[in-house]
Design a protein around this ligand. Structure first.
Ligand code: TXA
Ligand code: MG
Length: 332
């Protein structure tokens, strides 16, 4: 059943959504990565409502979404280093798309958006509905993923309604997300480029684009100030998750769900209460698109365990494994 707040992303509903956002309301929005919970990025009160709606700690900053990289100067510091500006120029080949850059923050961005930091995370999303919406608003949209804090990100309008129906005025239905995983987050400073979160744009692609080294933040450091929102408990279903070939799986008993990247042998199917296949052809892009919906689905069944296979950490596989490790490391 479709929730009453979910509306088709027609031109008139997009105009409607823009009017609500102008009034300081929250709207569920489709992006090519995951659905977002959007507010006017320049309206501190509206942004405050995002934190309340999600139950998100005030220490975890939000991403600001722009219609175009031409609007970057509205949100980054005027005195941003020339070296950083040049690298942003190079990296803008990935825009619109699943790349978020952490840059020196401009004065117009309210404190609450950046959790008081002197950096701001920005991205130009590719979803046509989101782009049209930002255009109609005439201001950038602050939007985290549209899930309750620490739960699995939403990849359909229905997922948004499941967690946040009471908190939003409207949810624009832009169909299932094309990527299905959150954007790559890259910190750019004069001295270094650091991946704070893996996503659709890979380390290799970033290095090729910049012609220089791009580091990844160590998992141990994700509790540290550099990557405030990357604590390990993110992206977890309520059901315990473990890798099927890991030590924990040995002790997994009771009703067990199993997540496979490609169709498993019959013998494997027979062992589990429910088996979900992420891609019939074993395609990693398709697996990424289906992953969160699959975890949400299994989480509804009241299982004792969800066992997941591992995938090769090439291309989008790196981001998939990152999310699975976080889901599997939840302290129960
Ligand atoms: O694909 C996406 O990025 C989605 C869509 C809606 O755009 N958004 C998303 O937002 O995943 P959220 O809030 O769930 O994740 C944003 C991540 C968090 O880990 C946050 O801590 C980090 O970006 N972040 C935001 N601003 C930052 C900053 N100034 N410095 C370091 N990390 C920052
Ligand atoms: Mg999130």
């Amino acid at each position: 059943m479709t929730h009453a707040k979910i509306v088709p992303a027609t031109r008139s509903w997009i105009r409607n959504a823009a009017a609500l956002l102008k009034q300081g309301e929250l709207v569920g929005v489709p992006t090519e990565t995951v659905y977002g919970l959007a507010a006017n990025a320049f309206d501190a009160q509206a942004v405050q409502r995002i934190f309340l709606a999600k139950g998100r700690p005030a220490s975890n900053p939000l991403i600001v979404h722009l219609a175009s990289d031409n609007d970057l100067n509205q949100v980054i510091a005027h005195d941003t280093d020339a070296i950083v500006r040049e690298r942003v120029q190079q990296l803008s080949v990935f825009w619109p798309g699943p790349l978020t850059l952490v840059l020196p923050r401009g004065a117009a961005v309210p404190n609450i958006v950046t959790a008081g930091r002197d950096t701001v995370a920005v991205r130009v999303p590719a979803h046509p509905v989101m782009r049209e919406l930002i255009d109609a608003c005439g201001f950038p949209l602050a939007a985290p993923s549209a899930n309750r804090s620490e739960y699995v990100s939403p990849t359909t309008a229905e997922h948004v309604a499941e967690g946040l129906a009471e908190q939003v005025s409207l949810i624009l239905d832009g169909g299932p997300c094309a990527w299905g995983l959150e954007s790559t987050v890259l910190l750019v400073t004069p001295d270094a480029n650091v991946i704070l979160r893996h996503g659709g744009v890979t380390q290799q692609e970033l290095q090729q684009c910049l012609g220089m080294n791009v580091r990844e933040v160590e998992l141990a450091a994700t509790m540290q100030p550099l990557a405030p929102g990357m604590s390990r408990v993110h992206y977890s279903p309520r059901t315990r998750v473990a890798f099927a070939d890991g030590p924990e799986a040995v002790g997994a008993t009771g009703r067990i769900g199993y997540v496979a990247f490609s169709p498993p042998p019959e013998a494997v199917r027979g062992r589990y209460e429910r088996v979900e296949v992420l891609s019939e052809s074993g395609n990693l892009g398709e697996a990424a698109r289906n992953l969160f919906a699959c975890l949400r689905q299994l989480d509804k069944l009241g299982l004792d365990w969800i066992l997941v296979e591992q995938c090769p950490e090439t291309g989008i596989g790196k981001a998939i494994m990152d999310r699975l490790r976080r889901a599997a490391s939840r302290v129960q």
